[in-house]
Design a protein around this ligand. Structure first.
Ligand SMILES: NC(=O)c1ccc[n+]([C@@H]2O[C@H](COP(=O)([O-])OP(=O)(O)OC[C@H]3O[C@@H](n4cnc5c(N)ncnc54)[C@H](O)[C@@H]3O)[C@@H](O)[C@H]2O)c1
Length: 333
C-alpha cells in the first residue's frame, strides 16, 4: 500500500526535462511546459551544450537551464533526449541506470549494439524507454490504423528540400526510418523481412541523400519506399493496397482515405466508395509525449517500445548495407 502511495505521489508531480533543445527539442520543451500547466507534471529544466540555445528555450518555457545533462540525473523522473543520434546511447543509459524514464528521438541509436545497451539498462532498472517514431501519432495515421487489415503492396514517397541539419546521418537513418517503422508496424511486428533491395546516392552531402528501397516480407507484403532530402517540394505520401481496399495516407496534409467497393454494388465502376477518414487534429508531438507520460503514470508498455525502435534501426541498417553493395557494383574501385 505504502509503495503504491509513494508511486502515486511521485507521479502526481512527475519531474520532466528535455536534453538537446535544437530544432526539434525546443518543441518537446514547449509541449512539456504546456502539459505542466495541468499541475500533474513539472518541467524542471532544459539542457543543451549550446548555452545560448539552453537559455533561450528555458526563458520561453519558464524553467531552469543546464549545459551538462549530468546535472539533471538526480532531479527528474522522465526526460526526452533530442540530441544528435550518436549521443543517444550514452545519455539514455545514464538516465535509465538511475531509473529515469526516457523518451529518445528516432533513430534509437546509431548502432544495434548501442540500442541493446539501452534496452538492457531499461530492463535492469525498470524505467520506461520509448522511441520517438512520431508518424505513428500523426492524426491521419491515428484515424487510419483501425481500418488496416492486411496490407500487401506499399508505394511510399518522403521528399524534402535540403535541410542543413541532421547531416550526421544519411537520409535512410534520418527520414526513411519513419516509413520503415510504419510499414513494419502495419504489416505486423512479428512478420519477418525476407529480402531487401536498395539503391542510394550522395548528391549534396557526403552521405546518402536520396534512396529507394524495396522491402519484401515473409507474408508476401512488399514496400517500395523512396526518401530524398534534396527535393524541390515536401511530399509525405503513403499509398497501399490491402484486400478489397486502396489506402492513401498523407502525413503532411493529415489526410487519410480508404477506397473500396461499396457494399451491394452491382457494377464495380458504379460502386466505388471513397471513405475520407475523419481526422482529430492534435499536434503529433503532443500526442507522443502524452502517451509517454501515460505509460509512466499507468505503468504500462509505451506505445513505441525500444524493441520497435531497434527493429526500425535494424531495417534501416539493412537498407544501407544493400545501398553499399549496389554502389560497389556500380562504382568498382
Ligand atoms: N521524430 C522526428 O520526426 C524527428 C525530426 C527531427 C529530428 N529528429 C531527431 O531528433 C534528434 C535531434 O535532431 P535536431 O534536428 O533537433 O538536431 P539539432 O542539431 O537541431 O539539435 C540538437 C541539439 O542538441 C544539442 N546537443 C548536442 N550534443 C549535446 C549534448 N551532449 N548534451 C546536450 N545537448 C547537446 C545541440 O547543441 C543542439 O542544440 C536527432 O536524433 C534526430 O534524428 C526526429
Amino acid at each position: 500500500m505504502e509503495e503504491i502511495a509513494n508511486r502515486k505521489s511521485q507521479i502526481a508531480n512527475l519531474r520532466t526535462a528535455v536534453i538537446g533543445v535544437g530544432s526539434l527539442g525546443q518543441h518537446h520543451a514547449r509541449n512539456y511546459a504546456e502539459i505542466a500547466q495541468t499541475g500533474e507534471t513539472e518541467l524542471v529544466g532544459v539542457c543543451d551544450s549550446n548555452e545560448e540555445n539552453a537559455r533561450a528555450v528555458a526563458e520561453k518555457n519558464n524553467c531552469d537551464y543546464f549545459t551538462d545533462w549530468r546535472e539533471l540525473l538526480d532531479k527528474v523522473d522522465a526526460v526526452s533526449i533530442v540530441t544528435p543520434t550518436e549521443t543517444h546511447a550514452p545519455i539514455a543509459c545514464a538516465f535509465l541506470d538511475k531509473g529515469v524514464n526516457v523518451l529518445v528521438e528516432k533513430p534509437i541509436a546509431k548502432t544495434l549494439a548501442e540500442a541493446d545497451l539501452m534496452i538492457e539498462a531499461a530492463e535492469k532498472s525498470g524505467a520506461k524507454l520509448m522511441v520517438g517514431h512520431l508518424e505513428r501519432f500523426n492524426p491521419a495515421m491515428v484515424a487510419l490504423r483501425p481500418f488496416v487489415t492486411k496490407p500487401l503492396y506499399f508505394e511510399i514517397h518522403r521528399v524534402s528540400p535540403f535541410p542543413n541539419r541532421s547531416l550526421d546521418v544519411d537520409v535512410v537513418l534520418d527520414v526513411m526510418i519513419h516509413d520503415l517503422d510504419a510499414v513494419q508496424w502495419l504489416v505486423g511486428e512479428s512478420v519477418k523481412v525476407s529480402e531487401i533491395h536498395a539503391v542510394g546516392i550522395p548528391v549534396i552531402s557526403d552521405k546518402v541523400d536520396a534512396a529507394n528501397a524495396r522491402i519484401e516480407f515473409e507474408n508476401g507484403a512488399v514496400a517500395n519506399i523512396t526518401a530524398s532530402r534534396i527535393g524541390t517540394e515536401k511530399i509525405r505520401k503513403t499509398r497501399f493496397y490491402q484486400t478489397n481496399g486502396y489506402v492513401v495516407l498523407d502525413y503532411a496534409t493529415k489526410f487519410a482515405s480508404v477506397t473500396s467497393l461499396a457494399p451491394n454494388a452491382i457494377h464495380p465502376l458504379l460502386g466505388i466508395n471513397v471513405n475520407r477518414l475523419e481526422i482529430v487534429d492534435i499536434e503529433p508531438l503532443r500526442a507522443e509525449i502524452e502517451a509517454f507520460i501515460n505509460s509512466i503514470v499507468q505503468d504500462k508498455m509505451p506505445p513505441v517500445t525500444a524493441h520497435d525502435g531497434r527493429r526500425a534501426l535494424s531495417l534501416a541498417l539493412g537498407v544501407l548495407e544493400k545501398i553499399d553493395e549496389h554502389a560497389r557494383k556500380v562504382f568498382p574501385e
